[in-house]
Design a protein around this ligand. Sequence first.
Ligand code: MN
Length: 241
Amino acid sequence: MRQTTLFIADLHLNDSQPEIYQRFKSFIHDKAQDADSLYILGDLFEYYLGDDAITDVAQKVCDDLNNLTSKYQTKCYFMAGNRDFLLSSAFASAAGLIILEYPSIIVLDDEKLILTHGDELCTDDIEYQKIRQQLRSKKWQQWFLSLSLQERIAFANQARIKSQQHTQASKAEIMDVNQLAVVNLFKQHKTTLMLHGHTHRPAFHNFLIDNKQHHRMVVGDWHQQTSYIEHKNSNFQLSTY
Ligand code: MN
């Protein structure tokens, strides 16, 4: 019986970097086909501008995931990131994906595990949190999807440039999670395990809250490598290669 659960995030798949798609294909073949479940915790795509603007790579990924879920029976879950929050239920059902809200709680070995993309934990970045609130509102999303394709592409390009400038101008610690936000999320859900992406800082952080050991696991991005966390035999393992 298969008892392997995989977690990935921040692949940032796009048409100009076919090497990332190649890594994705290998990962599906080498790991995901034999796994029980695959959790994709956001930023699967560099951007997702609507179902009428689907990129070549997104179409291929949709077919691959459909194959993975139907032929290999791997259960696949998707939680939106800050790049692909417009990924629709139509795409999800074509790919066989089950959409998760953030944060989501799953149970592994009788332990509750908090899953999230992670951007909402970066509360030191006040400017970003303001934009995030706007982009995640239904009203803004409806307005954005009503724009022409040209306009949406122009907006996304502009947003990317601004985001790069903002990242370069900000102190490194501002772009990481805020420890108080992490503690609050743990307390809210009364558990000691959390797993997220977004920061592109793959690591396991172990620390005490109220004298109890807590674990925050961060999966890495795929820009230069493959990164995933695997849960198997009551053990979490981070692999980046
Ligand atoms: Mn992200």
